[in-house]
Design a protein around this ligand. Structure first.
Ligand SMILES: [Fe+2]
Ligand SMILES: [Fe+2]
Length: 301
């Protein structure tokens, strides 16, 4: 076995690490708009030389808005996926049922947290930042695929949040402490989710032929392409907000938009595709699936 995750231990860790929403972000807490929200390795805003430092910070904050809104959107389809996955076996393994329902409950809490963040962002930011959507339609498009393809997308997403926090956010002294604490608390609970996703994917992959896995991977890439189109559209919406906020048109808008789309590709797809744990699960399911993902990964770097 390539991992030692199990429902009982994961549930115990989840219950130990759980936090209350009000302890992370009260409804009346304010973000510090004199600071950046996102680390540079994800937002890639400090390398945009045509922008002044103040403009780079505004785009960085828009990128932070995108980050939490995209996670809110993703978690809105994780929630029904978990309920659908749990329901057929509610009587079998008590630890499994409790771990999965606790996982679902934590995602509902995260959705609530991201909504609170969004309200704080709207209070403090000078212009409206539009998001792709509606989230119900995006969720429905993702969930119409084979559950194993959806499970793999979710597994990739949950491992990437681990890498984002440990690799970029934890040691960043530049970003708003409240935003950072929010990401830290999200990371704490996501650490157990990624283990449960691994168990879910193992269960869904059991007994599938190589031809079936190949078809599932086609669907995995289809969902990835669909999300990527969303990130491209989002980059445009982000720059619309940016131009309104700074009161001028960007001369090199096309180049900045492409650069910011690529930053989102790395943040939301690429950094998950190359995660060692994600690759280990793929390898265990099918070395051919792992090879297909390794071949695609550079596009999202
Ligand atoms: Fe979450
Ligand atoms: Fe999660």
């Amino acid at each position: 076995m390539y991992h030692d995750f199990n429902y009982e231990a994961t549930l115990a860790s989840s219950l130990k690490g759980a936090w209350q929403l009000d302890d992370v972000l009260r409804g009346d807490q304010e973000l510090d708009f004199s600071r950046n929200f996102m680390p540079q390795s994800l937002a890639r805003t400090a390398m945009l030389d045509s922008l002044s430092p103040a403009e780079q910070r505004i785009l960085n904050q828009i990128s932070g808005h995108q980050y939490l809104c995209i996670f809110g959107l993703v978690e809105e389809f994780i929630l029904p996926f978990l309920l659908d996955h749990s329901r057929p076996a509610l009587r079998d393994d008590d630890y499994r049922v409790r771990a999965l329902l606790n996982f679902a409950s934590e995602e509902a809490k995260h959705i609530h947290l991201f909504k609170r963040f969004h309200a704080a962002f709207v209070r403090g930011f000078p212009v409206e930042c539009q998001m792709i959507g509606p989230s119900e339609a995006i969720g429905a498009e993702v969930l119409r695929h084979d559950p194993l393809a959806v499970g793999l997308i979710i597994l990739m997403i949950e491992w990437m949040t681990q890498q984002h926090y440990l690799g970029s956010i934890r040691d960043d002294g530049d970003i708003d402490p409240l935003f950072k604490s929010l990401l830290k608390h999200h990371w704490i609970e996501e650490a157990q989710h990624a283990k449960l996703d691994t168990l879910i994917v193992d269960a869904l992959a059991g007994g599938r032929s190589e031809a079936e896995i190949d078809r599932v991977m086609d669907e995995f890439f289809e969902i990835g392409g669909f999300l990527d189109n969303g990130f491209a559209a989002q980059a445009g919406l982000n720059l619309d907000a940016m131009e309104t906020a700074i009161g001028r048109q960007l001369d090199d808008r096309e180049a900045i938009q492409a650069q910011q789309h690529q930053a989102a590709r790395w943040t939301f797809i690429g950094s998950g595709l190359v995660h060692e744990r994600f690759k280990a699960t793929l390898e265990a399911i099918s070395p051919r699936a792992a090879a297909r993902v390794a071949e695609a990964a550079p596009i999202f770097a």
